[in-house]
Design a protein around this ligand. Structure first.
Ligand SMILES: [Fe+2]
Length: 315
């Protein structure tokens, strides 16, 4: 295996990186870090605070964020968890894998060193790597993420819809609610006609997608077990956008109607205000509560069994 991660990065991709949806060939799907054996071992040592397990409505179309449920891996072995995902209807996200597995951390460092080598002037930090394992019928509803996002396909196929980063697809107020911890990423307005404006890509193993910051997207698996990787990054521009949204959210909650300039003295003042709020802990009580109501059960239909609803922090 060559040392290079990307196989077909062109000057056109460099020009469009961060401004447009770009699709690039990669070699991650050939890595031994994503075999069933490697993933089963990783699942068995995974810290509770760093994974999310979900199930959701099966319906192929539309938006049913209220059907998004959260669960726990319980006492299943890694192989049992993989069997439950392959035969059931669940979605497992191992977040911050670089904190749990040094080889995945090393891969993450190589990914962004290579991205930066292709994009002059790009400086990234706070890299994050997640591994998504999901059932043939799983989907992720319309949402937007706060850091820079890329989605890498390892096994299986999925249909990715990426929408324009403008009204009515997303509003500054929606980004502010996510940043301030008042809303789940999926608590966004979605209309079926939005799909007419989406860039739709059927992602195959060996392909990755990167889209503009805060770009709304949704994902449907194409009737097969899926392994995907997500990478996140920050840059000075992304950090500035975050701080301005953060401060605008605070200002809006105090009766102001802020503008969203990313440069100039007002923007710098907002970055200061954002830092002040964030580190004073003033935003902490705004976090919404998360509940768990199922546990992995490879023998049950769907790959999980219901349990009495309890706070995620009680697991
Ligand atoms: Fe996302």
């Amino acid at each position: 295996m060559s040392d290079r991660i990307f196989v077909d990065w062109t000057g056109d991709i460099t020009a469009r990186w961060g401004r447009d949806v770009v699709q690039i060939g990669h070699r991650l799907h050939a890595s031994p870090l994503f075999t069933d054996e490697a993933l089963a071992r990783l699942i068995e040592v995974y810290p509770r605070e760093h994974y999310d397990l979900h199930t959701m409505a099966v319906a192929r179309e539309g938006h049913a964020a209220e059907s998004w449920r959260e669960g726990d891996l319980g006492r299943s072995t890694g192989e049992e968890v993989l069997d439950a995902i392959k035969g059931g209807h669940i979605w497992l996200n191992l977040r911050k894998v670089m904190l749990v597995s040094a080889p995945h951390g090393e891969l993450l460092g190589r990914i962004f060193a290579e991205v930066e080598s292709h994009v002059p002037g790009l400086s990234t930090f706070k890299h994050n790597l997640g591994i998504l394992m999901s059932s043939p019928t799983a989907q992720v509803f319309y949402h937007a993420d706060i850091p820079g996002q890329s989605l890498w396909q390892i096994r299986g196929r999925k249909r990715v819809f990426v929408y324009p980063t403008e009204a009515p697809f997303i509003s500054p107020q929606e980004i502010e609610r996510i940043i301030l911890g008042e809303a789940d990423e999926q608590d966004m307005t979605y209309q079926p006609w939005f799909d007419e404006r989406a860039r739709v890509v059927d992602l195959e193993p060996g392909q990755m997608l990167h889209w503009p910051l805060n770009g709304p997207h949704r994902v449907q698996n194409l009737d097969c077990f899926n392994i995907s990787v997500t990478t996140e990054h920050w840059s000075p521009e992304i950090r500035a956008s975050y701080a301005v949204h953060y401060a605008n959210g605070i200002l809006r909650r105090h009766g102001f109607s802020p503008a969203h300039g990313l440069t100039g003295p007002a923007a710098w003042a907002k970055m200061g205000l954002a830092a002040l709020y964030k580190y004073s802990g003033a935003q902490k009580q705004r976090k919404y509560e998360r509940f768990i109501d199922f546990v992995v059960d490879p023998k049950a239909p769907g790959g999980f069994a219901d349990v009495p609803r309890r706070l995620r922090t009680e697991f």
